[in-house]
Design a protein around this ligand. Structure first.
Ligand code: UD2
Ligand code: MN
Length: 378
């Protein structure tokens, strides 16, 4: 999709040209009027009548022009200013732009994207290089791994948030498969990789909270998909968008024999709308190391009276890149014990108590990398 800048360029020229025509006509009009006043005594009757007729004709033409085009020029400028200021919603913006471009407005994207492929063959080929990934994924992406459908207005603005440290190989496969899938799903999306700075104990849920806050600083996302870096969907009908209830998407992983490991499992990939996320006060910040933060997220949801929605297990199949447990993300035996207190702690531990130090934001063409110090205890 062309950027706002590209949309504005041709119309700016047209508007400027119309402005200068309008100004010159006014000047000419005033010049004739003055001639008539100053030299009326010296003019013969015929010339005076001729000038009055010309002036009347000019007045008529200007009136018509102002009626049609004054609103065009200034309406357009107003539209531009509002767009720059982000004051108007996307749908209205598109319709104003296309109106002034003389084209018909983009339609909303259909509820079911038309270009989906269904089951996908996913292979984590070791020989895949980052330049292969760039070549196959960069098409129509804007800086920072941002995308909007080209021919319709997306109904879902999705920030995809990945907790991350030292998993370059996994990120490469994820980007290779997910960009084309998300494009086919006609999502207005951005990819945010939240890198835990330093060697301290890893904290997946806290990184996800940081991703929520930082992505919202960039764009008015209304839906957040929180995904492990090593998980790739095996069917593009598993839509990366939000639903009426918080969504658990990774319901059938190869590592669990394509079934849920236990009934209330909420790990891997989940999607929450902004409203759903805020209702549970985001995720816990106090689960350091491996384990149980996903169960805490599930508890928060049910404690707030929400249910979890899930895709059919054939659509919710995922492949995980095989890996060993990372250093500084060892199983933390204290974590499951915290689950007894979720009801008590969730209102004070979460997005309302999140503290971190932003180190750097890097805009790659395929993703936005947010390097953050989350004040790990060691
Ligand atoms: C399971 C869940 C995961 C989470 C975790 C418990 C699956 C597929 N996923 O993951 O959602 O609940 O258990 O904490 O069952 N990471 C890094 N660098 C690190 C460590 C972790 O980038 O050094 C990120 C990365 O995105 C990874 C995620 O954290 O995918 C989860 O960590 P994991 O893959 O080591 O744990 P896993 O597969 O047991
Ligand atoms: Mn994993």
């Amino acid at each position: 999709m062309p950027s706002d800048q590209e949309y504005r360029k041709p119309n700016n020229k047209l508007a400027d040209w119309r402005d200068s025509c309008l100004h010159s006509s006014f000047a000419f009009y005033l010049f004739l009027f003055r001639c008539l006043i100053y030299f009326r005594a010296k003019m013969n009757r015929l010339l005076r009548i001729f000038l009055i007729v010309v002036l009347l004709a000019l007045s008529f033409m200007l009136a018509v022009w102002l009626n049609n085009d004054h609103s065009y020029t200034h309406g357009h400028r107003y539209a531009e200013l509002s767009i720059v200021a982000g004051m108007i919603p996307e749908e209205q913006k598109q319709s104003i732009i296309s109106k002034f471009n003389g084209s018909s407005p983009l339609p909303p994207c259909p509820p079911t994207p038309p270009g989906l492929e269904g089951p996908l063959r996913i292979e984590f080929e070791w020989s895949r290089s980052m330049s292969d990934v760039r070549n196959s994924s960069r098409e129509n992406l804007q800086e920072g791994g941002r995308y909007k459908p080209l021919d319709c207005i997306a109904q879902h603005k999705v920030a995809v948030i990945i907790p991350y440290r030292n998993r370059k190989d996994h990120l490469k496969h994820w980007l290779y498969y997910l960009h084309p899938i998300l494009k086919r799903q006609q999502v207005d999306y951005g990819v945010y990789v939240i890198n835990q700075h330093g060697e301290g104990t890893f904290n997946r849920a806290k990184l996800l909270n940081v991703g929520y806050v930082e992505s919202l600083k960039e764009y008015a996302y209304d839906c957040f998909v929180f995904s492990d870096v090593d998980l790739v969907p095996m069917d593009d009908r598993n839509l990366y968008r939000c639903h009426g209830e918080p969504r658990h998407m990774a319901v059938a992983m190869d590592k669990f024999g394509f079934q849920m490991p236990y009934k209330n499992y909420f790990g891997g990939v989940v999607a929450l709308s902004r409203v759903q996320y805020m209702r549970i006060n985001g995720f816990p910040n106090n689960y350091w190391g491996w384990g149980a933060e996903d169960d805490d997220m599930h508890k928060r949801i049910t404690l707030k009276g929400m249910a979890v929605s899930r895709p059919d297990s054939r659509l919710g199949m995922y492949k995980m890149v095989r890996h060993l447990r990372d250093t500084h993300n060892e199983v933390n035996p204290q974590n499951p014990g915290q689950l007894h207190n979720t009801a008590k702690t969730m209102n004070s531990d979460g997005i309302n108590s999140l503290i971190y130090s932003l180190i750097k934001i890097e805009k790659d063409e395929l993703y936005t990398m947010i390097d953050v110090d989350i004040h790990a205890p060691n």
